[in-house]
Design a protein. Structure first.
Length: 511
């Protein structure tokens, strides 16, 4: 690609071959969802700017798709003021402020001038990343999850850079990677896992948990992985600035040579890049070259589920996986990593050996269970994890205390939204009993809260049942069966799949 063409068309990306680069087994992915901006900011001018930004990113995607072994050497010019403005509008208006104390509304008051100044600093190298503010949120198991809240301008530049890099890496990432990717979500990963277990010869499940992944990532290895595809030193320096900015906690800024701030806008993409090279490409090769039987893989961020036909394959893979992750400063959590017998033949095989029912495993908020349909055939069941439901009910109980003296109609509207949001995620086939139990417990908590409003309150169960009928949605299945949605998401066909126009693949879409 000539320098003259680069100068005449700023959207063209210069690339050069990667030395000893490994060809990634790129797989097709679901259609990407459109960017969501703030409705109040829509205008014809901004719509045109979004089109311009989208067109530039699409050209990058095309180059990445066609030249899988080459580096992108000129990318920073794509981070224009239009690109920064779109990134700003995609931020949440009510998000917590970083160390700068700057809120979305403050920046929007003089948006054009602020973005022009930010753009100029980024392109002349004067932009400086600020430390992220450490906050903690409760986890379902009672522990605290540390999050890093970046300064507003850091969020803007990170989001713009993430969109730029996504255009490249979405052409590289493999089909069984689902976490934090455009057009992919938790239910896509759940569908792929269900279809893989149901359609392939899966007799053993490896539930692998990487110990403190976001805290243990090697920054040196991360930069080396990024440099496989990104040759623009200015983009590399931006990433290094964010990695070196540190975390502010109790007035002290701590900088470590490992870890990437969980909660930062760019962290999910960097995590996927790290695991793409440290695990995904290796696991795909292992599946093709080493596995003697069927094997499925589904990864959502650092949550990994691998299914096997043969126990010997599973044990060899687990040992090899430990060694592979160890090469890149990662390790498996021995308390949370399990190899269990699971699948359509697990119950019969364990009964033959005088053992109990097959063990269950958890993934993305659900417990997976070997069950039977009414006709006695194998049925993979999903139930909401008990600890997750318990944690949600505890949060509702605490909030009801704060709302105890609000009018019943106000409480009812709030509870309706809470239950509706819970059902939107958990209302999958085979989970109706857990949904009904959740609604019952919410009703019970509501009655207790109303009775505590005064010593004279005597809200009966009949009365609270009527209130629940008036305000709380009834449990109903909102998600289709996994194979139905998977067939729509991956409309491919193979004669052995057993269903027309569907390609059941081992843990994701495949070419």
């Amino acid at each position: 690609m000539t320098h003259e063409r680069e100068k005449s068309d700023p959207a063209v990306v210069a690339v050069k071959p990667v030395n000893n680069a490994e060809r990634s087994a790129a797989e097709s992915v679901e259609p990407r969802a459109g960017a969501k901006g703030n409705a109040s900011q829509h205008s014809t001018g901004r719509a045109q700017k979004r089109v311009t930004v989208s067109q530039g990113l699409e050209r990058i995607r095309q180059v990445a798709r066609q030249r899988t072994k080459e580096k992108f050497t000129t990318l920073l010019h794509h981070i224009s003021t239009d690109h920064l403005e779109q990134a700003f509008l995609e931020l949440k208006e009510d998000a917590a402020a970083g160390v700068d104390g700057l809120r979305w509304q403050d920046y929007a008051a003089d948006l054009e001038r602020n973005l022009e100044d930010l753009h100029a600093r980024v392109h002349r190298g004067a932009y400086r990343a600020q430390p992220s503010r450490r906050v903690y949120i409760p986890k379902p198991d009672g522990r605290q999850r540390p999050l890093a809240v970046a300064a507003l301008e850091d969020k803007i530049v990170q989001r713009a850079t993430t969109a730029l890099l996504n255009a490249i890496y979405e052409e590289d990432f493999l089909g069984f990677s689902y976490g934090f990717r455009p057009g992919r979500g938790t239910h896509d990963a759940l569908d792929a896992l269900c279809v893989g277990i149901d359609s392939r010869k899966v007799n053993f499940i490896l539930d692998a948990d990487i110990r403190s992944f976001f805290d243990e990532v090697s920054k040196d290895w991360l930069i080396r992985f990024v440099e496989h595809r990104i040759g623009d030193k200015r983009i590399i320096r931006l990433i290094q600035k964010w990695l070196r900015a540190g975390i502010l906690e109790d007035g002290i800024v701590a900088v470590s040579d490992k870890g990437t701030g969980q909660g930062a806008v760019i962290s999910p993409l960097l995590a996927n890049v790290y695991l793409h090279y440290a695990f995904d490409l290796w696991a795909e090769r292992w599946r093709k070259r080493e596995a003697a039987g069927d094997m499925i893989i589904v990864r959502y961020a650092d949550d990994i589920i691998v299914g096997f036909e043969h126990e010997a394959d599973a044990r060899r893979f687990l040992e090899a996986m430990r060694e592979r992750l160890g090469e890149f400063a990662l390790s498996l959590n021995p308390d949370k990593t399990r190899l269990i017998e699971f699948g359509r033949h697990a119950a019969a095989n364990r009964e033959r050996r005088g053992l109990g029912k097959p063990e269950t495993f958890n993934f993305l908020g659900f417990s997976f269970i070997c069950g039977k349909s009414r006709r006695g055939k194998f049925l993979l069941k999903r139930k909401t994890r008990r600890d997750r439901m318990r944690a949600k009910l505890q949060a509702i109980k605490q909030e009801l205390r704060q709302r105890r003296h609000q009018p019943i109609s106000v409480q009812g509207k709030w509870l309706r939204q809470v239950v509706k949001g819970y059902f939107n995620y958990h209302a999958v086939p085979t989970n109706s009993q857990a949904l009904a139990a959740f609604r019952f417990f919410v009703t019970e908590l509501w009655q207790r809260s109303l009775r505590r409003r005064s010593q004279k309150d005597s809200t009966t169960w009949e009365q609270i049942t009527q209130l629940a009928k008036d305000w709380l949605p009834k449990p109903t299945t909102l998600h289709p069966w996994p194979e139905i949605r998977f067939a729509v998401t991956h409309p491919r066909w193979e004669p052995y799949a057993g269903k027309p126009h569907v390609r059941f693949c081992a843990g994701g879409a495949q070419q």
